[in-house]
Design a protein around this ligand. Sequence first.
Ligand code: HSE
Length: 306
Amino acid sequence: MDSVSVQAPATVSNVVCGFDCLGFALSEPFDEITVRKTDETGITIIHKDGYGLPTDPHRNVAGVALRAMLDALNADFGFSAEITKNIKPGSGIGSSSASSCGAVVAANRLIGDKFSKLELADFAMEGEKLASGARHADNVAPSIFGGFTLVRSIDPLDIVSIDFPPLFAAVIHPQIEIKTADARAILPKDVPLASAIKQWSNLGSLVAGLSKGEIPLIARSMEDSIVEPVRKSLIPKFDEVKAASMDAGAIGGGISGSGPSIFMLSDSMETAERVAGAMQDVFLQTDIEFNIYVSAIASDGVRIAE
Ligand code: HSE
């Protein structure tokens, strides 16, 4: 096998009340990545898109993730990665984790699947650290494992896959860029105990609602009293989009990752499409360009192209 190509999905992290620990994988959009093993040591990054991302492997999220894998192998060979991004950087739907996860899953296949999914997520987290200044795994985990995942701990990494009922996401991506590092910098360093209690109560019941497939419990639990009130000021029309989506029948939703994308969950594709229409109507009243995605929750993570 000379090369392995993969499709690495976009992901929604935080999922309202699960800041830095909950996430899910979307079926679309996805990045396309081809990795080759090279006789020379080191890493080569080739971009096949127009985003102008760094090709220096030390400054590229896929590069640092592949470096972590090569270091773990004490390898006397290298990798080259050809990346076509369809997930715009800075979108809030896991663009950096798609690059790093896609690269390590493809590389792992080339070396005979030596590493477990958990180990791959650990390598990919190096990319998140480079992109946002913090090692967090709430995009990496669903990108590798698929479905809904909860990150119980990042050190040591402990990822729990959560059962979930059929769910569909409408995502609007206003074409403004919010850097994750900036969206993290505005968050409070301390949280009042009463807010923390509310948050972990909602997170626990959201996970229970997902596992039991209880849509009303999922709906009641999608509430965030800590992060959303601060970050929503970065996103134009956030409250209007949320209200219009709920009127159109959404179960609940909020900021996707660190924004600017906004996601809303629905219990059918038909409702998700109606919600997407409502989101679009709000943004058509502005002069901000946007993309809209309507997608089933993907039960698998990075897919190897056969
Ligand atoms: N949990 C992270 C955040 C996800 O919200 O800052 C962004 O990559």
